[in-house]
Structures are given as C-alpha cells and as structure tokens.
Design a binder for this molecule. Structure first.
Ligand SMILES: [Zn+2]
Length: 346
C-alpha cells in the first residue's frame, strides 16, 4: 500500500463491516461504515474527518454514537455521507440526547451530512453551538459520482440495490508528486510556489516539453524537472462495497467502481451453495464477490461481512472468493493479485 493511505478492516469478517483508512501524514483518517467501532481507539477516532456510510442498517450505523461521543467538543468538523434520507437518520440520533448545556459559547463543532443519490443532492449541518439543530444548507457543486474532491485524493460513490439504496465507495489517490530538494539545488532552482504549478502539470499529464515558469524570465522544461527533482508515484485506488444484491445491474456497477482497484474490500456474506438465501437477503455470495474482483482487474481482494452460519468453517468463504477471483486468470497482473484472508488482515 502507498505511504499516504493505509486501509484496514475494523473488525474480523464475521463482525460488523467497516474500513478505517489512516493517513500517514496530516493526522487524519476516513471511515467507511459506522458499525461496531470498539477496536478503534479514541485517538484514532479523533482523526476521522469523513465517515462514509453505505446505508442505515444497524450493523453499518450503530457506531455513530461512539464517534460522536469521542468527537464532541472537537474544533474540527465531522463530515458524514450517506444515501437519501440520511439527514433524518443523523437528526434522529442527535435527538436522542439532551443538549441543554450547549450554547453559543460552546466549541464550534459541526457535523455536516451529505445525501448522495448519484450526486450530492442535499447537505445538512448540525452545529454544537446551535444544540445540533438541523439546518439545510447549499450542497457542494460536485460532478455526478463524486463525494469528495481534494488536492491529494477524491472519493467516488455508486448507488447499489440492497432492497434500499446502499452506497459503495472508491478512494482514489491522485498521482503523488514529491519534490527532491537536492535535485532542485543541483538545477539551481529555488523552492517556491511555482512548484505547485509544476505538480499540477504532472497530475494533468502535461507533456515533458511543457515550460514551467520558475520566476520572472526563467522557465524549465517539465521533463527536465521530472528527471532531476520530482519523485512521481501512482495513486492507489481503494474500493469498499458491502450489502448489495447479487443481480446483474449491481454486479456491472460494482465492476465499474472497482476497476483497477489496488485493494477491493467487498462483502461475501454467503457461500455459493446458499445463493437462494443470499438473493432473499439481498447480499452477495462469495462466488459473486470473487467474480466482481476478477472482472474489475483488482490487484487484491479482501472479503468481509461473512454470515455467522459459517463460523465453524472460517476458510470456506475466502476459498470461494479466491477461486472465482483467479478463474481464467491469465494476465500477469491478475496472477499477481491475491485474496487476503481478512481474519489475518486485522
Ligand atoms: Zn444491510
């Protein structure tokens, strides 16, 4: 995994699903789903800037209270994203407590809630200073499919059918461009804001012949700068998909979202022989999870969210995912891919 983001499952695969994505720099973390968060320390939860919640079933959302308890009185805001109607869910959670001691002198902790339905359609804000009264505010002007758009990464989402809408997420790091100071000195160039323009040019894929302005009257070829003073590494793609029915429309969408994933975390609730139960509960089988990973060309797949009916056979689901993932694997990329035993991963 890249140096910047490190994803790990919060629980073992028979417990609540959820992914904790830690950033090595910047004292920040992201959460995908808010089920049982017990294994995460308060210090880790305090780093969470954004929590992306697939849907409102309890095993994906019951941990909201713990996150709130730890983050209450924090000066940095908390951003929560969920499917349509999610503002009501958060409002209902907040209405479960007395906030009479909060007023305008309280810390300005704010919870922003975005509802995603193919694009972010509604945004709500709950401020500690306003005793967490709900306010609807202007939604961000993000393109369809996007939840978050930052300098170093973006987060995409897709809406799946799980009887109710369930969101799947993809965290995509941008091309990482680091400046090598020794190289810069050797070129006789100063450190400065101009380097940001150079980094943007690299991320845009500008040609090596492009001239980058250093200061007045001085330019350098992007290619020369890249050779001597920039270290460029590809961004990682981390995908998290849980609680989706195993029909073709969902599978197609899941393959699309998972395309090129370095790590795919995907539910594999039921064994292949229990496909009828999986269909009834609107979950994936292990075979379908592996098929999605294979079709998407994922480098690595980590299955999670196993039904407790397989507790006595903990290796059954991973083996079925693995078999489907490797099926017809012919390209070198795929044969290098692997299924990780999520029980060992955490
Ligand atoms: Zn569910």
């Amino acid at each position: 995994m890249s140096a910047l983001v490190q994803p790990r499952l919060i629980n073992e695969p028979f417990s609540d699903p959820g992914l904790f994505v830690d950033f090595l720099f910047g004292r920040r973390a992201l959460l995908f789903d808010l089920g049982d968060l017990t294994p995460l320390s308060p210090r880790e939860l305090l780093r969470v800037s954004h929590a992306f919640v697939s849907h409102g079933h309890m095993d994906h959302f019951a941990g909201f209270d713990r996150l709130l308890r730890v983050c209450l009185h924090r000066d940095r805001p908390l951003h929560v994203v969920g499917p349509p109607g999610f503002g009501d869910r958060v409002a209902a959670k907040l209405a479960g407590y007395d906030w009479n001691l909060l007023d305008e002198r309280s810390v300005d902790f704010a919870i922003t809630v975005d509802e995603f339905d193919g694009r972010v359609l509604r945004r709500f804000q709950f401020r500690e200073r306003e005793a967490f009264r709900r306010r609807e505010i202007e939604p961000p002007s993000l393109p369809p499919g996007l939840l978050l758009d930052e300098d170093d990464l973006w987060v995409e989402a897709a809406v799946f059918d799980h009887g109710i809408p369930s969101l799947g997420f993809a965290l995509q790091e941008r091309l990482r461009v680091n400046v090598w100071r020794d190289g810069l000195e050797r070129l006789g160039l100063p450190v400065g804001a101009w380097l940001n323009a150079a980094k943007r040019a690299v991320r845009r894929g500008d040609p090596d012949e492009a001239d980058i302005a250093v200061d007045e009257g001085r330019t350098i070829r992007l290619g020369e700068l890249k050779t001597h003073a920039l270290h460029i590494a590809p961004g990682q793609r981390v995908v998290y998909i849980v609680d989706i029915a195993g029909h073709e429309a969902n599978i197609e969408r899941a393959v699309e979202l998972s395309r090129g994933a370095d790590q795919l975390f995907i539910e594999a609730a039921f064994a292949a022989e229990d496909a009828a139960i999986a269909a009834e509960r609107r979950h994936l089988t292990a075979a379908l999870a592996g098929r999605i990973a294979h079709a998407a060309g994922a480098r690595r797949v980590t299955p999670l969210h196993f039904s407790p009916r397989y507790l006595e056979q903990p290796g059954l689901i991973p083996a079925q995912v693995d078999a489907a993932f490797r099926a017809e694997a012919s390209s070198p990329k795929r044969s290098q891919g692997r299924v990780s035993d999520s029980a060992k991963d955490v």
